[in-house]
Structures are given as structure tokens and as C-alpha cells.
Design a protein around this ligand. Structure first.
Ligand SMILES: NC(=O)c1ccc[n+]([C@@H]2O[C@H](COP(=O)([O-])OP(=O)(O)OC[C@H]3O[C@@H](n4cnc5c(N)ncnc54)[C@H](OP(=O)(O)O)[C@@H]3O)[C@@H](O)[C@H]2O)c1
Length: 244
């Protein structure tokens, strides 16, 4: 009976990651999907309704409206703004804090809630300009300007598809509190492999140009060079360790 289905609320359901979660959970017979959006009349919101999801617009700064929007739910999906609130150059320390203040607050100050929160570390989007080589007129070659050595391994992921398949086992099968480094084995590559793949696929000479001083988001890569992508995060699972 529909009334006894568990409800998953998805914040950011109209976006890349959230819509992937909607798609995955709509396949389950025992879940109702409630999507939170600021724009219930957008075409993305209409598309979610057409798929069979409920679309709601609680005022995010209005507690009583939020309580109504979140009534009777069993699980919440939300993603944090990746480095979004950091101004200027991003230091290694800022990158370490990429889990965002809200997660730090939950883990450090809300132990009861922390036990129920699972974290999905999605890695870099394949659309990220930092991870796409640029043509260098002077050398006539394409180059990646990265502060990373060839043997550093990072995951590059399609922004639209994989979030749902990683989030589903975290909600349905794994213990609450699980941390998952989400990657697809085909795209968990070293920088050297990424450069070679670009060369092979494009038929162009693509080189790695190592730089040590970068501005903006690229500074965060310096942290990966020093500590690895998951530096500072302990006891996380990799996809092959998931229950199902
Ligand atoms: N790990 C990585 O490599 C990586 C890479 C890229 C991005 N990210 C981070 O992942 C996050 C989500 O990515 P995405 O690609 O799914 O983003 P997206 O496609 O731009 O979608 C953003 C979603 O968030 C909702 N939203 C935006 N501002 C909001 C607010 N103030 N309150 C409530 N909802 C809000 C939007 O919903 P409505 O407009 O319908 O309200 C939309 O559904 C981004 O913040 C980004 O920083 C991580």
C-alpha cells in the first residue's frame, strides 16, 4: 500500500546528483520520493513529477514550513557545496574541510545525528575544466597544468549518472554512518593514465605540465598531492566493499 512506503526526501533533486538519486530510488517498490526545490514550476520540477516523484517547496528559512515538507520521512539525501563558500585561493586546509561546515558540525556536535549520517565522496566531475587539457599555442600541444605527479590517483566521474547507484546501497544496505569513496573502477586513474588516455582518444600530443602555484580551486589539488584524495578521512569503504 502506497501509504506504508518509506519516504526519501531529496534536496537538490533538480540537479545532477539529486536527479540521479531520484532515478535510482524510483526503481524501488518500497520508496516514495519527495523532491525539495525552490522552483516547483521549473521544467526540471515538472519532469520529476512526471516520473512519479512528489515535488515540494518548503521555505528553507521557515522552520514550520520545513517541518511540513519533511513530515514522515525516513531518509534525507543532500549534497554539500563543494568548496563553494571559500573565497580566493583554496588552501590544503580548506580542501580538507571540503565535507563542509554542516558535516563538521554534525560529526562534532550532534553525535546522535552523526550515527545516522552516511557520506558519499564523489570526487571530480569529468566536466571540471581543471581536468580537461588546454591547447598551448606556444608548444602546439595540449597540456594539463596540475600540481600533481603522474602517480597520483584520483577519480573522475560523470556528474549526472553515478550518484544514485552509490547512494542507494548507503541508504538501503549499509550501516548508517558509512563513508564511501565513490568511484567507477574505469575512471579511478593516475594522472599519468589520464594524460595517456586523453592522448590516445584525441590523437593529439597531451602533456602534463606540473605547476606548483595555482589560483582558485586548483590549489586544492596540492592537498591531494600531499595527502591523497581521502586524506584526513578514516575508515571509508571503496565500492568493491559494499554489501551488494
Ligand atoms: N565533488 C566534486 O567533484 C564536485 C564537483 C562538482 C560539484 N560538486 C558539488 O556538488 C553540489 C551539487 O552538484 P550538482 O552538480 O548536483 O549541482 P547542480 O546540478 O547545480 O544542482 C544544484 C541543486 O541544488 C539545489 N539548490 C541550489 N541552491 C540551493 C539552496 N540554496 N537551497 C536548496 N537547494 C538548492 C538546486 O535546486 P533548485 O534550483 O530546484 O531549488 C539544484 O537541484 C554542488 O554544490 C557542487 O559544489 C562537487
Amino acid at each position: 500500500m502506497a501509504a506504508s512506503k518509506k519516504i526519501l526526501i531529496i534536496i537538490g533533486a533538480t540537479g545532477n546528483q539529486g536527479s540521479s538519486v531520484v532515478d535510482e530510488f524510483l526503481k524501488l517498490p518500497n520508496r516514495n520520493i519527495r523532491c525539495l526545490t525552490r522552483k516547483p514550476t521549473s521544467s526540471a520540477s515538472f519532469a520529476l513529477s512526471a516520473l512519479g516523484a512528489e515535488v515540494v517547496q518548503p521555505g528553507l528559512s521557515d522552520l514550520s514550513s520545513l517541518s511540513k515538507g519533511f513530515a514522515n520521512i525516513n531518509a534525507i539525501f543532500l549534497n554539500t557545496k563543494f568548496l563553494g563558500n571559500i573565497q580566493g585561493n583554496i588552501t590544503g586546509e580548506a580542501f580538507r574541510r571540503r565535507e563542509a561546515m554542516v558535516i563538521e558540525y554534525i560529526l562534532n556536535e550532534q553525535p546522535e545525528l552523526a550515527e545516522k549520517v552516511s557520506l558519499n565522496y564523489l570526487c571530480g566531475y569529468n566536466t571540471d575544466p581543471m581536468l580537461i587539457p588546454r591547447f598551448n599555442r606556444a608548444s602546439g600541444k595540449y597540456s594539463f597544468a596540475l600540481p600533481l605527479a603522474k602517480d597520483v590517483r584520483i577519480s573522475i566521474i560523470d556528474p549526472k549518472e553515478p550518484t544514485g547507484p552509490f547512494v542507494l546501497p548507503l541508504v538501503e544496505d549499509e550501516d548508517a554512518g558509512t563513508k564511501l569513496l565513490a568511484y567507477d573502477a574505469k575512471s579511478y586513474l593516475t594522472i599519468g593514465e589520464i594524460v595517456d588516455l586523453w592522448s590516445k582518444t584525441s590523437g593529439q600530443d597531451v602533456v602534463l605540465q606540473k605547476v606548483w602555484h595555482l589560483n582558485g580551486g586548483a590549489c586544492a589539488l596540492g592537498f591531494i598531492r600531499e595527502y591523497g584524495y581521502m586524506g584526513g578521512v578514516n575508515n571509508f569503504l571503496e565500492p568493491s566493499q559494499l554489501e551488494k
